[in-house]
Structure formats: C-alpha cells, structure tokens
Design a protein around this ligand. Structure first.
Ligand code: NAD
Ligand code: TYD
Length: 339
C-alpha cells in the first residue's frame, strides 16, 4: 500500500487521474491538495468523495506551512504535481501567477519531498516547453532531447519548473520523473480550452472563434491515455528521466472545429476567424517512442473515438458545464460544508 499526493486534482487532468486510479489501485491511498482556483471544481471530485482511499485537502502548493503539515501527517510515498495555471491566453494577460504557481509552487513541493523523504516526485509537464514545429515539415517531432524553446509565459513557466526538477534531482538526488504530454481532451475539461469551448458554442448556435487562419496543429490525446502514461512512469519509470506522451493524432484547429460541427449537425458558417493569439505556436507533434518501448504505453483512443466520447460526455453533463459557466461550482464547498 502506497500513499500518493495528487496536487491540482480538482482540475481537468488531475480529476480524471483520481477517478481512474482510486478504482484501479484500491489498495493505495490518494490525497488531493488543490487551491480551488477558478479551474478547480469540487463537482468534478463528487463521484469519488466517499471512497475510503481518497481524501481532499483545500490548500495552495505555494503555502509551505500547509504543504509541510500535510507531508508530516500523510507520510507520502509518491507526489504527482498536476497543480498549475494552465491556460496560454490567461498567461498572456497575467504572467505573474503562472510564475508563482508553476515555478515557486513546484519548488515548495520538492522542498517538502526533501525534508520528509519520498519514493518519487513526478512533474506533469507539457510538450509546449519545446516551442513549435513548422507546418510544412510533417517529418519533425518533439523527442525528449529536443531543446527547450518556449513561446508563451505559460510554457516558459512550465519549462522553468522542469529545469528546477532536474536540478533537484542532480543536486539533492531527489528521485523524480517528468512527463511532457500533448494537448488533452475529454470529460471535465474547463470550457475555456478549444474543444469544450467549441462544443458549448456550437450547441448554442454561437460563433466559433478560430484564432488566425486556423491552420495551427495540435497533437490531441484523450485524457485517460495521458493518466495511464503517468501511472506507468510513476511506478516503473527511471529516476531523472523525461517521458513524452502523445498518440500521433495531429489535427489543425479548423479540422477539430469542423469535426465538432459535423458531429452536432451544425453548419460550418458558425466558424468565425478572429485575431490571432500573440506568439501563437504553429504545430505540436510528439514522438512517443521512449514511453512505448521502455514502459509499454499505448493509447486506447484515437482522435475519432476520443472526440466522439468527449462530445457525448459534454452532451450528457450540461449541468456540470452550466455550473462552470455560471460560476455556481465555486459555491460547492459552502453548500456542502458551510463556511
Ligand atoms: P486545470 O487548469 O484544469 O487544473 C489545474 C488545477 O490546479 C485546478 O484544480 C486548480 O485549482 C489547481 N491549482 C492551480 N493553482 C494551484 C495552487 N497554487 N495550489 C494548488 N492547486 C492549484 O489544468 P489541467 O488541464 O488539468 O492541467 C494539469 C497539468 O497538466 C498542468 O500542470 C498542465 O501544465 C499539464 N498539461 C496540461 C495539458 C492540457 O492539454 N490540458 C497538456 C499537457 C500538460
Ligand atoms: P488551447 O485549448 O487553449 O490549448 P493550447 O493553446 O495550450 O494548445 O488551444 C488549442 C488551439 O486552439 C490553439 O492553437 C489555440 C486555438 N484556439 C482557438 O482558435 N480559439 C479559441 O477560442 C481557443 C480557446 C483556442
């Protein structure tokens, strides 16, 4: 039996990770630490709140006192850090909070790991640390040795955190791993990101705002496949190593948006080209050879099956979405536990 600290578990990927892993590993205990920022939603965790191998703690990874107290109480074996500010557009408006949570928060967690001892610290990172690839070179992919070359304050903060993790590994012998995944989609994604935003807008017959020419390419991975990859790395990966995660599902933004419109029986005339994002990365594409060959990881969804499942989930969970859109989800703690 092992005890896992999962930070940022009230968010999209951390939430999916907890849903899957609390059931897959009933012998293990999962403690979620989450500050419940705008992106953290207790309604996402509702289905697992009653499980005996799950505990939720509200707290900020930058808060050394809370973090150290929790480590002292729980004696964690593993720490998986999902907590982050994660939206590129928000990082363009306000970079500072990205530096504070994504870099300083990471250092606080790793200091706690050093102080109390752990079997492994895992940093959930992103392929955005590699910058972008040209659209006219489909033969090029990000490997784990591709140089870091960031474009946005978000990706710069994630790359900084990655470097800090590698520094703690080398200087303090902190046992650690890093995963760098491509764009995720699936259940419980906050409708500010491309896929859930476009589904919601299409359902309401609102215009779908596509940045620039819409030819930017992302490499889409179903969230459950990402979570399984992280679980494999944490349990079987090698210390100090970086693992890319991606399933070769490149699509242009226009392809994604028209797929959603077609699935919902809506017209392409809803597409509206709007001003491009500043510093907009052109193409992301992952080479997952290392995690496939070393750890036997294989995705179970391709884009066609994953997007179908995701659209279906969004259609069946309009209440979750409407609470996010109205801000109602932020009252969950008060409603359930009082002040
Ligand atoms: P998200 O924005 O949906 O969730 C982030 C969670 O972190 C929220 O629950 C939020 O409340 C919490 N949080 C934020 N600041 C915190 C703090 N200071 N202390 C404690 N909790 C805090 O993000 P996501 O899409 O689930 O991404 C999770 C991780 O995966 C991030 O590290 C992100 O960089 C990485 N990632 C995301 C993608 C993607 O496509 N979404 C792809 C690759 C990697
Ligand atoms: P996003 O989901 O924000 O993820 P990331 O920027 O981390 O890749 O955006 C995915 C792609 O969709 C990206 O190229 C920007 C584009 N996009 C739009 O065209 N319109 C939108 O309203 C949003 C949110 C994103």
């Amino acid at each position: 039996m092992s005890t896992f600290l999962v930070t940022g578990g009230a968010g999209f990927i951390g939430g999916n990770f907890l849903h899957i892993m609390t059931k897959k590993h009933p012998e293990d205990r999962y403690v979620c630490l989450d500050a419940l920022t705008y992106a953290g939603n207790m309604e996402t965790l509702e289905p697992i709140m009653g499980l005996s191998n799950f505990r939720f703690v509200k707290g900020d990874i930058r808060d050394r006192e809370i973090v150290y107290k929790l480590f002292e109480e729980e004696k964690f074996d593993y720490v998986i850090n999902f907590a982050a500010e994660s939206h590129v557009d928000r990082s363009i408006v306000n970079p500072t909070i990205f530096l504070e949570t994504n870099i300083i928060g990471t250092s606080v967690l790793m200091d706690a790991c050093r102080k109390y001892g752990i079997k492994r610290y895992h940093q959930v990172s992103t392929d955005e640390v590699y910058g972008d690839l040209p659209i006219d070179r489909p033969d090029l992919f990000f490997t784990e040795t591709t140089p870091l070359h960031t474009s946005s304050p978000y990706s710069a903060s994630k790359a900084s955190a990655d470097l800090l993790v590698l520094a703690y590994h080398r200087t303090f012998n902190l046992p650690c791993t890093i995963s760098r995944c491509s764009n995720n989609y699936g259940p419980y994604q906050f409708p500010e990101k491309l896929i859930p935003l476009m589904i919601q807008k299409a359902l309401r017959n609102e215009k779908l705002p596509v940045y620039g020419d819409g030819k930017n390419v992302r490499d889409w991975l179903y969230v459950g496949d990402h979570c399984e990859g992280i679980d494999l790395i944490v349990r079987n990966g090698r210390d100090g190593e970086i693992y890319n995660i991606g399933g070769h599902n490149e699509r242009s933004n226009l392809e994604v948006v028209t797929t959603i419109l077609n699935a919902l029986g809506k017209d392409d005339s809803l597409i509206e080209h709007v001003k491009d994002r500043a510093g907009h990365d052109r193409r992301y594409a992952i080479d997952p050879t290392k995690i496939e060959t070393e750890l036997g990881w294989k995705p179970t969804y391709n884009f066609d099956t994953g997007i179908k499942t995701t659209i279906e989930w969004n259609l069946q969970n309009q209440e979750w979405l409407s609470h996010v859109e109205s801000g109602e989800y932020q009252n969950w703690m008060k409603k359930h536990y009082g002040e």
